[in-house]
Design a binder for this molecule. Structure first.
Ligand code: ZN
Length: 339
């Protein structure tokens, strides 16, 4: 069946390929929706020297159409989230059976095949069945929710403390909502007022513009103490030192994102304050926990207004959004309807 492939910078093509179950624990899934993110648009544009060809699309939902004889978790018509990170099965951790500690996991749409395709054959262990109360659109965000939960874990016990989050795209927004769910107090910062407006609609009450009054506003909200921790979201167009400046002495700054661009940061502030700088990326999607958060309505994605397009228009979306990433470093996510 049909797959979409990026062959070289700005060349998206389709090809036909058979999709047949080859082992009794595999299932065949009709892909219904794919979320395209800035990673896909950067690969399309050729940024970061991708290894072509790439089948894009990291996040997807689908419906099982056929199962192998030994499948026990899914059956025909089960709605599923397709996992986005896979153990390499070659590193020492994988070879000793601890695939959850894999040191070089593979990511769909980046260094293994993504989901912009009509069907996929996958092992049922790489499929998470979706409860009926979780919509397809929300399920597409499971990977982002898992990343954000990993950031909150890294922050330790953020309950009751101020956390300054820099970058109000999907990751910064969802992280802030989850911090509220975990009873911490996020302060979401961006230069883009429209993104801060969406954040307010999502129930994030402290949103600040990254301008000359930022420090004063932070001091006012935190009662002069600054934030206990900071989070710098990658590809937000904001300088990492903003997070260093916003964080109180001895605090932690987490750099969060699915990838990091080449970047330079002025470290003096961080060193003077004795900050701990760490990073969270590519956490194996804790799908069960993320699905549970969606069931509990911990995240409101309604105001995101992610554009939905047909598969026939995928090429146009790639062209427009890769141009946007080249110009501003930022892109709008898009949902491709594969039905
Ligand atoms: Zn491994």
């Amino acid at each position: 069946m049909k797959i979409w492939k990026i062959l070289s910078p700005k060349v998206l093509t389709t090809e036909e390929r058979p999709d047949n179950i080859a082992s009794p624990t595999q299932a065949k899934v009709k892909i219904t929706q794919v979320l395209l993110t800035d990673t896909d648009f950067r690969i399309f544009g050729g940024a970061g020297k991708p290894r072509y060809p790439v089948i894009p699309g990291r996040f997807a939902v689908g419906v099982v159409t056929e199962t192998g004889a030994e499948c026990v978790n899914v059956e025909k018509n089960t709605r599923v989230f397709l996992h986005d990170i896979f153990p390499c099965r070659n590193c020492p951790e994988c070879l000793s059976g601890k695939t959850e500690n894999c040191t070089s996991p593979k990511t769909a749409g980046l260094n293994c095949e993504g989901y912009l395709r009509e069907f996929v054959v996958a092992d049922e262990s790489d499929l998470s069945p979706l409860p009926s109360s979780v919509s397809d659109k929300d399920a597409l965000l499971i990977g982002i929710i898992s990343l954000c939960e990993a950031v909150i874990d890294r922050l330790g016990e953020p309950k009751g403390t101020h956390v300054a989050v820099f970058g109000a795209d999907a990751i910064g927004n969802i992280l802030s909502q989850l911090l509220i769910y975990h009873k911490a107090v996020p302060i979401l910062v961006d230069t883009d007022e429209s993104k801060l407006g969406i954040a307010s609609q999502c129930g994030i009450y402290y949103t600040l513009k990254a301008d000359e009054s930022l420090k004063d506003n932070l001091l006012r909200i935190t009662g002069g103490r600054l934030a206990a921790a900071g989070v710098h979201c990658s590809f937000s167009g904001l300088a990492p030192e903003l997070a260093f400046k916003a964080t109180a002495e001895g605090g932690t700054v987490v750099c969060a994102g699915f990838e990091f661009p080449e970047m330079n940061a002025q470290l003096k502030t961080a060193l003077d304050k004795g900050l701990t700088i760490t990073a969270v990326t590519d956490e194996a999607a804790g799908s069960a926990a993320a699905i549970n958060l969606l069931v509990n309505k911990a995240v409101n994605t309604q105001p995101f207004g992610i554009a939905e397009i047909s598969a026939a228009d995928a090429g146009k979306l790639f062209a427009a959004q890769s141009e946007s990433t080249e110009k501003s470093g930022r892109a709008h996510y898009g949902i491709v309807n594969m039905l």
